[in-house]
Structure formats: C-alpha cells, structure tokens
Design a binder for this molecule. Structure first.
Ligand code: CP
Ligand code: NVA
Length: 318
C-alpha cells in the first residue's frame, strides 16, 4: 500500500464511510488487505505515518470504549491527531445546525467520525462537509465494526466467500451492517430475530440484491437453530442497544429464546467462531461458556477495530 492508500489502482481518497453498501467488494477487500498489512507493520514495530499533520474530529453523542480508543490511538500511530468532541460540549448539542457544524469543521479538520442516534445525522454531516465523514455507529449501521469483523473472520478462516455467518438477536445496527458487509463478500448471512425485532426490510432487500451479485445468500428467520445450523460464524449483540435502555425488561422477555449458549452452538460447525461487537452482557444474549470459550475471538475482533480503521483513515484521508 502506498502512503496515499492506493493499491491495485484502487483510490478511496475523499470518500465517506456511511455504510458498506457504497463500497464495492473489491474496495472492501482492499480495506481488509490494508488492515492486515497495517497490523503486520505495527506488530513489527515499523513506523508508518502517512497522516502526519492531519486531524480527525470524533463527535460522540453516545458512549464508547472501543471506537473512541481505537480511532484516537489509530490517528496517533499514523502520525496524525484526533480530537474528542462530546456532543454535549460542542454547540451542536445546543442546537447549532449540523450543516453549519459540518462546514465549520471542514475548515479545520481532515476528517470527521460521528457516533450518533439518527442515521440522518451522518448523512447530513457528510452532505455538508467537504472532508470524509466516517460513521462510528448510528441507529441503522456500524460499518467500522463490520470491517473489523470481516478482517477477524478472514484471519481465522482464510476466506470469506461461501462462509455462513449467523447473527442471532436484535435486528439492529449490527445486524444491518453484517447483512450488507457479509453479502458484499459473498457470505451466507442468516439473521434470527424475534417477531417485532426483525432487521429493517429495506436493508434486507438491499442485502439480497447484493448477495445476488456476489454469490452470497441471505436468510431471515425467527428460528435461532435454523440460523445457527452449520454456521462458520455465530454473532450476537446486546438485546437493548444504546437509546433503548428503558425497554430492557420487555426485550429480555422477547429475546428469552435467542440466547447464544452451549446448546445453540451445537448446531454450528465444530470449528465455528464466536463474535460479539462488545460490550456484552454475559447471561443475557450470550452465556459465559460461549463468550469465554475456545471458539470465541472477541478480543481479536476488538483489536482489529484499530487496524481496520487505520486502513480506512489512510484510504480516505492520506
Ligand atoms: N463495539 C463498539 O463499537 O464498542 P464501543 O461502543 O465501546 O465503541
Ligand atoms: N447495537 C449496539 C452496538 C454497540 C457497539 C448499540 O447500538 O448499542
């Protein structure tokens, strides 16, 4: 990879990362290959600073451990600087329009990452900013997480195409980005959710269209065992995402049969990988035995947030 983030004639300079549907299979593969290469460089102690003098703003409207730390550390390692901007501490939190915020920030920064509730906020920010905007999680999508997830599966399985990835639980932002990202890479993505908590129909349709192009497959079901059957990857996420905390009790009841536990994973391939974006609630969406068991790669996955996002930042901003 060159300092400008180019390889095999692929240039992503100046692009936004709102959701993976805007990226081709080849572009996603390029980002994954770059992430693996940047991970190798970092493990070897090679200094690689193509973002020297560049600054990324990090707007957070919700809590974060992994996203904040991996973006801040990633920018530092690439020679740049990251600016943590809690929504409550900037004028956006007092009603300054997102369009003005975008234009002002474009005069100072080289890129903006935003974690927000409404997906429209990400789209609006990107529309009015003249610099790349990266979605660090919205209620609809979490593409940076899925880049790290795909990297993790690729590292452990040596391929993505043809693998079955089962997502068991809430049809939320993670389910959406896994549907899109998995379909782009020719995977069979199976989502099992209870009635009332199914993934967005538009996203399902889009992922089916993508899968038809890539040789992937989409299964949407209410049956966790059907989804988990012969799966190479079993993925789950919290039952109550950020912003839905007051629904915790009713969601615990609705998701009671959707726990990923020792019984459910018997349906998967013996060498299945367990993934979870974290934070996790042991004893709710996943049993302790599964998340802390031999098939779990959750900490590789968390680490790969750093490498995948470094690859993304170099590609968009160098
Ligand atoms: N997985 C993830 O995005 O974690 P944080 O909420 O800690 O950033
Ligand atoms: N679905 C979770 C993901 C957290 C990384 C949430 O939105 O809270």
């Amino acid at each position: 990879m060159t300092a400008s983030g180019q390889l095999q004639g692929i240039s992503l300079k100046g692009r936004d990362m709102i959701e993976l549907d805007e990226y081709s299979t080849e572009e996603i593969q390029f980002l994954l290959d770059s992430a693996i290469e940047l991970k190798r460089k970092q493990k070897n102690g090679e200094v690689y600073q193509p973002l020297k003098g560049k600054t990324l703003g990090l707007i957070f409207e919700k809590s974060s451990t992994r996203t904040r730390v991996s973006f801040e550390v990633g920018m530092f390692q690439l020679g740049g600087h990251a600016l943590f901007l809690s929504k409550n501490d900037i004028q956006l939190g007092r009603g300054e329009p997102i369009s003005d915020t975008a234009q002002v920030m474009s005069r100072y920064l080289d890129g903006i990452m935003i974690r927000t509730f409404g997906h429209d906020n990400v789209i609006n920010l990107a529309k009015h900013a003249s610099i790349p905007v990266i979605n660090g999680l919205s209620d609809m999508a979490h593409p940076c997480q899925v880049l790290a997830d795909l990297q993790t599966v690729l590292e452990h399985k040596g391929k993505l195409k043809g693998l079955k990835m089962a997502f068991i639980g809430d049809g939320n932002n993670m389910a959406h980005s896994l549907l899109i990202g998995g379909a782009k890479m020719g995977m069979h993505v199976a989502v099992a959710s209870p009635e009332g908590y199914m993934p967005d129909e538009g996203i399902v349709k889009l992922s089916e269209e993508i899968a038809a192009q890539t040789g992937g497959k989409i299964t949407i079901t209410h049956d966790p065992i059907e989804a988990a059957k012969d799966a190479d990857v079993i993925y789950t996420d919290v039952w109550a995402s950020m912003g839905f905390e007051e629904e915790q009790a009713e969601r615990e009841a609705a998701f009671a049969d959707f726990q990923v536990n020792e019984e459910l994973v018997k349906a998967a391939k013996p060498d299945y990988l367990f993934l979870h974006c974290l934070p996790a609630h042991r004893g709710e969406e996943v049993s302790e035995g599964v998340i802390d068991g031999a098939n779990s790669v959750i900490f590789d996955q968390a680490e790969n947030r750093l490498h995948a996002q470094k690859a993304l930042m170099v590609a968009l901003m160098a």
